[in-house]
Design a protein around this ligand. Structure first.
Ligand code: ZN
Length: 276
């Protein structure tokens, strides 16, 4: 095979495979995670402040309009938790603690959710704190939300994302569909296969036996099937095809430049041999 043919084959290979390189990312190499006291449920406590939701009376046909701001806050936090809780057989569950005793303080070992002014581009922040004695354990994780809540969908997205950090996930840099990417403008809040694979790896189902950190074969596929069946939308293979197409379209200028270089080179070579 000539050099040019080899290069072209390699390029086609790169284009076809580049978008497959998606992966979940952990918060730290030690893979710290929540280790609830009862081994199963991690409670998060709300602070005394309550955010105001500007679209409370219009969102989903005004479903939340009959609830107080306090109740709406709790309902929406619960809704965000359920994105992660809904992954079948996940060995950890998130829940709201009954007392409203939350404090944004990374030293009190109390998982809290509150609102406050954020001087950053982010609309929410998570403060996962790793235990110094046991670097595999997150002993505290407070979530602080900005005071300016844009809308209920934005609030849900931010909450699901920050819970991902508190579970031990870092940012995903290669899959914009992942909740754990920092690509925020989106209309549908859904976990991606990468998000699910990440938490399933940190919190493998108990049915996988005593093997630590081992999610059984097919865990992600099972979670994906279930999410499709009950109407929760998980970003899956369809989106990846769209991304592959995007990749090819973005590569067109490069391909054109390469094609141009090759044709003018072979043309010059032909001309040279003609002169000789
Ligand atoms: Zn983040």
């Amino acid at each position: 095979m000539s050099f040019i043919k080899k290069m072209m084959t390699f390029l086609v290979f790169l284009i076809l495979t580049s978008n497959q390189a998606e992966a979940y990312v952990y918060l730290a190499p030690q893979r710290p995670r929540i280790m609830p006291e009862d081994g199963r449920t991690q409670y998060f406590y709300l602070t005394s402040q309550t955010p105001v939701f500007p679209d409370k009376d219009t969102f989903e046909g005004g479903f939340y309009s009959s609830f107080s701001d306090d109740e709406t806050f709790a309902l929406l936090v619960d809704r965000a938790m359920n994105f992660w809780n809904g992954i079948p057989e996940l060995s950890v569950q998130l829940a709201i603690g009954e007392e409203r005793k939350g404090v944004i303080d990374a030293d009190d070992n109390l998982f809290s959710i509150g609102i406050g002014k954020i001087n950053s581009v982010a609309s929410g922040l998570a403060f996962p704190a790793v235990d110094v004695k046991d670097t595999q354990r997150l002993r505290d994780c407070d979530i602080q939300l900005g005071t300016d809540i844009v809308s209920i969908p934005a609030f849900i997205f931010v909450m699901v994302h920050e819970f991902g950090h508190c579970l031990g996930l870092g940012h995903n840099h290669s899959d914009p569909d992942a909740i754990m990417s920092y690509w925020q403008p989106r209309t549908v809040v859904a976990l991606s296969l990468d998000d699910m694979a990440g938490v399933l790896s940190l919190y493998p189902p108990k049915s996988s036996g005593n093997v630590n950190n081992f999610a059984p074969c097919g865990s992600v596929a099972a979670a994906y099937r279930e999410s499709q069946a009950d109407g929760r939308f998980v970003k899956g293979p369809k989106q990846r095809k769209a991304m592959a197409l995007q990749g090819i379209l973005l590569s067109l200028p490069l391909l054109w430049a390469l094609f141009h270089a090759i044709t003018s080179w072979s043309f010059r070579r032909r001309r040279q041999s003609f002169v000789r």
